[in-house]
Design a binder for this molecule. Sequence first.
Ligand SMILES: [Zn+2]
Ligand SMILES: [Zn+2]
Length: 83
Amino acid sequence: MLALRPNCECCDKDLPPESEEAVICTFECTFCKECAAKKLKHVCPNCGGNLVQRPIRPRALLATNPASTKRVLKEFGCESGIA
Ligand SMILES: [Zn+2]
Ligand SMILES: [Zn+2]
């Protein structure tokens, strides 16, 4: 099951489970669409994988399968570390 992380790893923008701005890689590194497009060129800076839009979990299922509340943020942002 997807963790549905609550924020962008680059800019710490809130990405609630119903957000259509959230994109993830295969390891669920989570970013906002703006960072994915402008900073990351749709490539995950952690693993090199591609970033795709995170599916929306139906609201009724969030009650029994809640989204993660653990924020993950890259310590030095996303600009560094990109070749
Ligand atoms: Zn972002
Ligand atoms: Zn990744």
